[in-house]
Ligand binder design. Structure first.
Ligand code: ADP
Ligand code: 5GP
Length: 215
């Protein structure tokens, strides 16, 4: 049984609308989504991070099934066609998607799930899972993204340029999101994200979102 004020289950995804929530963390590459989520998971119990599927090649330190499920284009196509991905998008020439199997069983068990996805995927989830809590992570300035991507040293200069081109468009999506966390100081931004998640899990952020949307 869910809480008495639990929202109605959304269409297309089993397991939401009970006591567990789906959290979507989005924002441009290099803004610090992964860093913030790792800190969030350390501080909030009962949250699980979904492992995405992708057709991009693994970086040297990445393991199949841990950071991503690394798939061929054919495998990705098959999953998408079979309805095994709850959203998917092409980003900087590669495909990324959220496996249903990463999300539904956990929500059904009452475990909240965090998705770290780009903006097109976040838009799909907004339509199919309207009760998901969506957070856009924004940089303190657009120049920060280049500095952080160069500092991270995981992508070639050409790949960094591709990501920055996508980021220009993604930054324009900020106003679509009910919650925006500016990742300026890492401690401060982590505190804000943790607070938002805790409030959502106790029902508060959803009410705040409804008020903002005039609902
Ligand atoms: P994303 O997952 O959004 O692509 P990452 O979490 O990989 O971004 O962060 C990109 C780089 O920026 C990493 O090297 C990370 O250590 C650094 N970083 C993240 N947050 C901050 C911050 N608030 N201040 C300075 N550097 C940061
Ligand atoms: P990266 O190649 O840096 O790991 O990820 C590139 C972008 O793809 C990031 O913005 C990341 O959030 C996004 N991404 C990762 N997994 C998914 C997914 O399952 N779906 C979507 N739509 N985007 C994803």
């Amino acid at each position: 049984m869910g809480r008495p004020d639990a929202p109605a289950p959304p269409q297309g995804l089993r397991g939401t609308g009970v006591s567990a929530r789906l959290f979507v963390i989005t924002g441009p590459s290099g803004v610090g989504k992964g860093t913030l989520i790792a800190r969030l998971l350390e501080r909030c119990e009962g949250l699980a991070l979904s492992t995405s599927a992708t057709t991009r090649p693994p970086r040297p330190n990445e393991r199949n099934g841990v950071e991503y499920h690394f798939l061929s284009d054919e495998e990705f196509d098959r999953m998408a066609a079979a309805g095994e991905l709850i959203e998917h998008a092409t980003y900087a020439g590669r495909r990324y998607g959220t496996p249903r199997a990463e999300v539904e069983p956990r929500l059904e068990r009452g475990t909240s799930v965090v998705l770290e996805i780009e903006v097109q995927g976040a838009r799909q989830i907004r339509r199919t899972v309207p009760d998901a809590v969506q957070v856009f992570v924004a940089p303190p300035s657009p120049e920060t993204l280049r500095e952080r991507l160069v500092g991270r040293a995981t992508d070639s200069p050409a790949e960094i340029e591709r990501r920055l081109r996508v980021a220009e468009e993604e930054l324009g999506a900020r106003s679509e999101f009910a919650h925006v966390v500016v990742n300026d100081d890492l401690e401060r931004a982590t505190d804000e994200l943790v607070e938002l998640v805790r409030r959502s899990l106790s029902g508060g952020a959803q009410a705040a979102t409804r008020r903002r949307e005039g609902g």
